[in-house]
Design a protein around this ligand. Structure first.
Ligand code: FES
Length: 142
């Protein structure tokens, strides 16, 4: 929505010959292959690092170790899983593999959500998508 408004303003300024302070920022030729390729490589190296780090992350904590109103990565049948116990003691266990591209999620205690370090998807304790790019919920394990 914002970019549509900016585009309309830029186009009307270009047609009428007025200066627009955002013209350089949105200029189609702003792509710099050398520096943009470097940034692209760095960002994707971070994603790859988080992907591998998550796959190697194993925890000793078990579901029964969780306190009331606590979430954590737990060991479930020797596999990494996401456990949460609400304040009433209801437990949920989800697969911590992000449904976007497979990175491993981490528990965000402040937001009470499963967060993906790769592209920022977020899921509620039961695995429902809160924010994309993921569109599918997490697989429930119990
Ligand atoms: S892999 Fe999780 S958001 Fe992309």
């Amino acid at each position: 929505m914002t970019h549509g408004t900016i585009a309309a303003k830029l186009i009307s300024n270009l047609i009428s010959g007025k200066e627009n302070r955002y013209a350089e920022l949105f200029k189609p030729s702003r792509f710099n292959a050398k520096s943009d390729a470097k940034n692209f490589t760095i960002k994707n190296a971070d994603v790859a690092k988080e992907f591998v780090k998550g796959k190697l992350d194993r925890r000793d904590k078990k579901m029964e170790d969780l306190q009331s109103d606590e979430g954590a990565v737990v060991n479930f049948d020797g596999k990494r899983a996401g456990g949460f116990k609400d304040s009433a003691g209801k437990a949920s266990l989800v697969d911590t593999t992000c449904t976007h591209m497979g990175c491993e999620l981490n528990w965000n205690n402040g937001e009470r959500s499963w967060d993906c370090p790769c592209h920022g998807s977020r899921f509620d304790p039961d695995g429902k998508v809160l924010e994309g790019p993921a569109t599918k919920p997490l697989k429930k394990l119990s």
